[in-house]
Design a protein around this ligand. Structure first.
Ligand code: PEP
Length: 250
């Protein structure tokens, strides 16, 4: 049985008070669930989130990190810094990092390697742009993103990796991939994993879908065989919506 996961990516939203209030609402409304629930507040509010979530079944995770241990990298955050405040999981490769901060597959390979070296779990995001899908190149693009950043890893590393397929055209646009499109891509990813590593590894990795998941569409998307949950942006900023999405597994 693969781990079911709902992870909220809060992006550059919520100041200190907002973070505290949203976490309080989530804690109050958190349903009984077998799913792993994660939230990713901004760096400045991560440590207080870890404190507030102490003893609660919600994990605070980071939205990004640098690939070096320390040094002259103004504005950056290292894996050791994250570990030192109790963070065990980091989101890497989000399409906004790729688009606005020019993160390449090669850079992401280094970030993933560092996170794994530091015993962190990685939520690795990838997905095609609209032009790729229109040109029928979505499988090719996804395979390239995965193989460049992840397929040189030792097979044993895969128990620390969660994949998040996020078609760029569906992020924050209100446009969702159909459950069938999500399932088709997730099945393809599992097949590529089986070819590059093994059937057992392919079957064990959780693959999340991200892109305008809402309370109204989560159940149908999560019901697909190869969809193990979601990475949620906009709807994660509202406790009632996020909780409704967690309940979509029921
Ligand atoms: C995201 O940014 O990872 C995301 C899926 O955003 P949204 O749910 O708002 O489309």
């Amino acid at each position: 049985m693969r781990t079911k996961i709902v992870a909220g990516n809060w992006k550059m939203n919520m100041d200190k008070a907002g973070t505290k209030a949203l976490l309080s609402d989530l804690i109050a409304e958190l349903p009984q669930t077998g799913a792993l629930v994660m939230v990713a507040p901004t760096f400045v509010n991560l440590e207080s989130a870890v404190d507030q979530l102490n003893g609660i079944r919600i994990e605070a995770v980071a939205q990004n990190m640098h690939f070096e241990d320390s040094g002259a990298y103004t504005g950056e955050i290292s894996a050791d810094m994250l570990r030192s405040i109790g963070i065990q999981t980091v989101i890497l490769g989000h399409s906004e990092r790729r688009a606005y901060f020019h993160e390449t597959d090669e850079l992401l390979e280094k970030k993933v390697a560092k996170a794994l070296e530091k015993d962190m779990r990685v939520i690795f995001c990838f997905g095609e742009e609209l032009a790729d899908r229109k040109a029928g190149k979505h499988f090719e693009v996804v395979e390239r993103q995965l193989s460049r950043a992840l397929f040189n890893l030792p097979e044993s590393a895969w128990n620390q990796i969660i994949l998040a397929y996020e078609p760029v055209w569906a992020i924050g646009t209100g446009e969702t991939a159909s459950p069938e499109q999500a399932q088709e891509m997730h099945a393809f990813i599992r097949q590529r994993l089986a070819a590059a590593f093994s059937e057992a590894t392919a079957e064990s990795v959780s693959i999340l879908y991200g892109g305008s998941v809402k309370p109204g569409n989560a159940k149908e998307i999560f019901s697909k065989k190869d969809v193990d949950g979601g990475l949620i942006g906009g709807a994660a900023l509202n406790a009632a919506d996020f909780v409704a999405i967690i309940k979509a597994f029921d």
